[in-house]
Design a protein around this ligand. Structure first.
Ligand code: ATR
Length: 273
């Protein structure tokens, strides 16, 4: 569908942004439903100015990614209850000039994980303590998992563990704690294009009994997941989560049910390239 003067704008903001497949998924959905929307990606330097400018341009929806999921809360008018509890958002809806923050990361991550394993009572090592980690920890607590945060910066990891009353905090090099987990979830950007030749933890930490979930999806098979498969561990790819987070965003932005299969196929085609 060609853009007109009535076309509504949605976008993703973040830095880096070149890897994002959100535009491909959302635009495929708009085309399929002939919805008069267009979705663009904006590499963002100054978050405050960007949000203000997008608001002036009457943007309808904003997807927020690394590293702005926490900071963006300073520039919205309202937060959903989940966002208030998580302290981070990945979705902003513009309701007649009022910016409302939502979080579809936690539902997307739990849906993806629950499709592969039971979560209740499992020991989970969450790698990272940023905005995505907060959403995932929030979901894991709701599912009664036993969560340990493993992070590079002690202060950030400790803060997250305390705030959510988790099992504890350890460093990313704590072999014993990470080996001891049933599930390992990478929420850091390590392994994501252009850092695709890196893994957040050494291969020697990985065990055949682990289930390893990487929320990074570019590339689909990250170094962490390749190494997990090599030791015989089960893996969960991040692309399932990216689709699961995009579907409710589509509905929040357009008010229409997302064409799931079309958006999934668009994502799969893009990942194959
Ligand atoms: P998001 O909001 O998308 O989660 P973020 O808030 O910037 O992004 O969080 C990124 C996470 O990845 C942080 O936990 C960060 O660790 P620090 O708390 O030490 O900054 C982690 N991270 C980023 N690059 C990393 C690297 N090279 N090694 C280890 N951890 C890294």
């Amino acid at each position: 569908m060609l853009a007109t003067s009535q076309t509504k704008l949605c976008c993703i903001i973040g830095n880096p942004i070149e890897h994002s497949l959100s535009p491909i998924m959302h635009n495929a959905g708009y085309n399929a439903l002939k919805a008069d929307f267009v979705f663009l990606a904006f590499k963002t330097a100054g978050l405050k100015e960007t949000v203000k400018s997008l608001c002036l341009l009457n943007v309808k929806g904003i997807v927020v990614t690394i590293p702005f999921k926490k900071e963006v809360l300073n520039y919205v008018d309202e937060q959903s209850l989940d966002v208030q509890a998580i302290g981070a958002a990945n979705t902003i809806v513009n309701e007649n000039g009022k910016l409302i923050a939502f979080n579809t990361d936690w539902t997307g991550a739990m849906q993806t994980l629950k499709a592969k394993t039971k979560i209740s009572g499992k020991k989970v090592a969450v790698l990272g303590a940023g905005g995505a980690a907060r959403a995932i920890v929030y979901g894991l607590k709701k599912e009664n998992a036993i969560v340990t945060v493993c992070n590079r910066t002690v202060e950030n990891g400790k803060k997250l563990a305390e705030e959510f009353a988790l099992e504890g905090f350890v460093s990313l090099s704590d072999q014993k704690a990470i080996k001891n987990a049933d599930i390992i979830i990478n929420t850091t950007s390590v392994g994501m294009f252009p850092k695709k030749d890196y893994s957040p933890i050494p291969k020697s930490f990985l065990q055949p009994r682990h289930l390893v979930f990487d929320i990074v999806y570019t590339p689909k098979k990250t170094k962490l997941l390749k190494e997990a498969q090599a030791v015989g561990a089960k893996v969960v790819f991040g692309d399932a989560m990216v689709l699961a987070t995009a579907l409710p965003q589509f509905e929040l932005f357009t008010g229409q049910k997302p064409p799931v299969k079309i958006m999934q196929e668009a994502l799969e085609r893009a990942l194959k390239k």
